[in-house]
Write a protein that binds this ligand. Structure first.
Ligand code: 5GP
Length: 186
């Protein structure tokens, strides 16, 4: 039921898929929480239920995305590169595009991607020939951090595969900053 899923999760699911409908996930195996049930829960329980729902949803979306990982199908990022759908571009050169994440996890959250995927659906597919573009992506991450004024403290993340909740199979670096980061990450 849509009422039990935070709107950003729906967005994320939409964004992560190219040929897949929304994923509906029950918070518990035996039932899904209705909005009426939620209304009667204490607020902390409600927050936990939303958290559980978002987490389960994220994992389910990642598993669904992984099922198509090797299909070679275009992803939402191809449409962003082609400017068919809008994005907030932070940096661009011949090989690399950096744009703001639609579902930011920090005040600064920018995705850095290669314009030509060349088999790099995920970091785990990297081969020696990808060395140059991998270096360019990392350097672009530094340029983004500089442009965003977070050079003193920022994090670069690559989620690889469904266990890491990768949801878009076009290699991308997350550049995160503008708040205190915690360790270990979730
Ligand atoms: P992953 O989960 O694969 O590591 O990261 C994919 C990221 O792409 C997510 O953080 C998600 O919010 C972001 N994303 C997915 N679709 C779109 C979109 O259409 N536009 C933008 N700007 N970001 C997107």
């Amino acid at each position: 039921m849509a009422a039990s899923i935070p709107p950003f999760s729906l967005l994320r699911n939409y964004a992560a898929t190219t040929a897949r409908a929304f994923v509906t996930v029950k918070v518990k195996p035996s039932y899904a929480i209705s909005s009426t049930t939620l209304h009667h829960l204490p607020s902390r329980s409600r927050r936990l239920q939303f958290y559980a729902s978002a987490t389960n949803n994220e994992e389910a979306a990642a598993r669904a995305a992984a099922a198509n990982a090797d299909s070679g199908a275009p992803t939402i990022f191809d449409r962003i590169i082609a400017k068919e759908i809008p994005s907030s571009i932070v940096y661009e050169d011949e090989k690399v595009l950096a744009f703001r994440d639609i579902d930011p996890q920090a005040p600064v959250h920018v995705l850095v991607i290669p314009k030509f995927r060349d088999g790099l659906t995920q970091l785990g597919k990297a081969e020696a020939r990808h060395g140059e573009i991998l270096g360019q992506l990392l350097y672009a991450a530094k340029i983004v951090a500089e442009k965003e004024g977070i050079l003193d403290g920022f994090r670069v993340v690559i989620n690889n595969g469904s266990d890491a909740c990768q949801s878009v199979y076009h290699l991308h670096l997350h550049v995160l900053g503008g708040r205190q980061m915690k360790w270990p990450p979730g």
